[in-house]
Design a protein around this ligand. Structure first.
Ligand SMILES: C[S@@+](CC[C@H](N)C(=O)[O-])C[C@H]1O[C@@H](n2cnc3c(N)ncnc32)[C@H](O)[C@@H]1O
Length: 189
C-alpha cells in the first residue's frame, strides 16, 4: 500500500496541479506488473515520463544493471525536488524538470540518442487527439529497434492508439491499486 507521506504529497500536488491526475502513488502490484517487462540483466537507457514521487523510479534503479541510465522527466517541481533528493549522488539517475513531449531534446541534452525502455504514467487522456498521437509517434521513434513503451493508464482508452503506433501490444488489468481501474501495456516497437 502507498505510504501516508507519499499519499499526502500526491493529494497536496493534485490540488495544485491537474496534471498530477492521481491522489495516491501507484501500488506495488502495478509497479511489479509493469516492470516485469524490463530485462534488468542488461545495460539499458530507461526513461520515465511522469515519475511523481518515484515509486516506479526506485523499483527500477534498485534493480537496474550498473551500466544502465535512468532519465526521469517530471513536470511538477515539487516532485522534481523529492526525486532529486532521493536519487542522491547516483550518477546513473538523471532528474529533469520538463515535459514528456520534449523527450527528444531532453535525451540529446544528456548526450543520449535514444532509449531502450520508456515507462509512462502521465495522463494521456488529458491530451487532445493530435497531441496524444504526436507523443506516441515521438516515443516510438526514440526507442531502439527492440525498444518497449511500458505504459499504465486508468481505463482502457489507450489500447487502440497504441496498436496504431506499435507493432505488438500486450494488455493486463491490475485491480490492486487506487483507483482499481488500471490497465498496463507492453508496446513493442
Ligand atoms: C498519475 S501521476 C503518476 C505518478 C507515478 N508515476 C506513480 O505511478 O505513482 C502522473 C505524473 O505525471 C506528471 N506529468 C503529467 N503530465 C506530464 C508531462 N506531459 N510530462 C511529464 N510529466 C507529466 C505529473 O506531474 C505526475 O507526477
Amino acid at each position: 500500500m502507498p505510504t501516508l507521506k507519499g499519499t499526502f504529497s500526491y493529494i497536496k500536488n493534485f490540488l495544485k496541479d491537474r496534471n498530477v491526475a492521481a491522489v495516491a502513488p501507484s501500488s506495488r502490484f502495478l509497479v511489479r506488473r509493469v516492470c516485469k517487462w524490463i530485462d534488468f540483466d542488461r545495460p539499458a537507457v530507461i526513461v520515465e515520463y511522469g515519475p511523481g514521487n518515484g515509486v516506479f523510479s526506485e523499483y527500477i534503479w534498485e534493480r537496474m544493471h550498473p551500466e544502465s541510465t535512468l532519465l526521469l522527466i517530471e513536470s511538477n517541481s515539487d516532485f522534481v525536488k523529492m526525486l532529486t533528493q532521493r536519487a542522491g549522488d547516483d550518477p546513473r539517475v538523471i532528474v529533469e524538470e520538463g515535459r514528456a513531449e520534449d523527450v527528444v531534446d531532453i535525451l540529446r541534452a544528456h548526450g543520449l540518442d535514444g532509449a531502450d525502455y520508456i515507462v509512462s504514467g502521465i495522463p494521456f487522456s488529458f491530451l487532445d487527439e493530435d497531441a496524444r498521437h504526436a507523443l506516441l509517434a515521438r516515443t516510438r521513434d526514440v526507442l531502439s529497434e527492440e525498444g518497449k513503451f511500458l505504459v499504465y493508464q486508468n481505463y482502457n482508452h489507450l489500447e487502440e492508439p497504441l496498436r496504431e503506433h506499435f507493432s505488438a501490444v500486450t494488455k493486463e488489468y491490475e485491480p490492486r491499486n487506487i483507483p482499481p481501474t488500471m490497465f498496463a501495456y507492453e508496446a513493442v516497437k
